[in-house]
Design a protein around this ligand. Sequence first.
Ligand code: NAI
Ligand code: MG
Length: 490
Amino acid sequence: MSVTQSKPEAMFINGEWTEGSSSNRIPVCDPSSEEVIAEIPDASVADVDAAVAAARHAFDQGGWPQTTAQERGRILFRIAEKIRAEAPQLAELESRNTGKPIVEAEFDIADAATCFEYYGGLATKVSGLVNPVPDNALSLSLKEPVGVAGQIIPWNYPLLMAAWKLAPALAAGCACVLKPAEQTPLTALKLAGWLGECGVPPGVINIVTGLGETAGARIVEHPHVDKIAFTGSAAVGKLIMKSAADTLKRVTLELGGKSPNIFFADADFEAAIDGALFGVFINQGEVCSAGSRVLVERSIYPKFVEAMTEKARSIKLGPPLDRDTKMGPLVSREQYDRVCKYQEIGKSEAKVAIGGGQPASFGRGYYVEPTIFYDVDNSARIAREEIFGPVAAVIPFDDEADALKIANDTPFGLAAAVWSRDIYRALRMVKAIRAGIVWVNHMQPTYVEAPWGGYKQSGFGRELGVHGIDEYLETKQVHINLNEQPIGWY
Ligand code: NAI
Ligand code: MG
């Protein structure tokens, strides 16, 4: 096996590798070969409890929140530097474990490093307020870390999602229990092996490997966890909210979407076709913000569907580690079955422009064809339900009002994009779309400096930017009496 990690059989609790208390192991696969490339502990309730206890100790007695912001910032910079130094092996591991093209994995790893750098810098910029209360008092708002954060992440951007969660939490002074997705734990475990040398004290970051229903659920219900940050399916987001209610934890949720990618007739045509494909096929479509509903103005609709289909033919499916591969296999058998099921549903609901099946050429691996359905009605299941694979639903619209109506007619509200050269119309759409992220004449660019999160059933709370660190901070109001006299009430 060429892919190894520090301790393939272990998870990271209180600064040490442990195999956990259960003898069960979870196989981790290469989705292009379907071969098992590692086995990880199936964390039990006792293992999660040990991780929470370690985080609690680091936070309550270990002095982590009392470290200076400068020191925490320097630790984050060291993590970023380490990720950059190890980027080639991290990218290869990520690509092998997720199936994503190596070139995309390289961008993810660089973005993860940038995220640690950003929050390393932001650590020293957190400050409170002086509140303008009336006479005889000084009123302050202090910012303090929320405590122990439970962080549950998905399999589509494993190291990057770990960075989005860990970096702001550490900058704020929180201690963390992170659970990677059971399908893709390898890069987060790699990172764990470097935390000590980067200066992260034991217990400040704990990484438990395990299933959602057991280990994940235990993190959420644990009475000593103060906050849950989750990225994943809306179904699990709902379970998390219910469970977290029992201990009134703070919760932030980044859930799925059915994001509209909207093309007006006056958009640059070539850029539009590129943007439609990129929006829905990048990372095999396993993207929360995928532009999976492609809305096209009727006057360019036939030409658009034809050009999109023609260009989709050139998308090169292939082994993830080939540098010219543009689309690898889906992450798992489960996701493959799910996408195949939606390909069949789509055939009964709309017309197929391209794809709709599985490529014959590979013989193994969870490959599906890039698929474009057109003449899709917005009430169809393929237009309403998150597929999380390379499946586009192309929907025609009549005019701006119609486009807006269709765009907002969804339970989700993560992202949207508008393509037009008419700045007035583009900006009207920007204001009227009910989504947390709106791109104009692009789709998917993501910056660590800018907030990320959804409206409606795409969740709440924001990651990235200055907003991202706020979710890991409490506000303490302090009133200082400036009048030495007794209150004089009694
Ligand atoms: P999922 O939501 O079940 O898994 C995401 C994470 O949550 C994993 O770490 C998992 O172990 C954990 N988890 C699962 N059940 C849990 C529970 N009861 N309590 C606590 N944690 C739990 O997503 P899954 O099953 O891998 O994919 C199903 C669908 O979810 C996808 O087809 C896609 O539509 C959507 N999804 C959306 C993502 C996004 O970024 N918005 C990411 C991953 C999946
Ligand atoms: Mg699930």
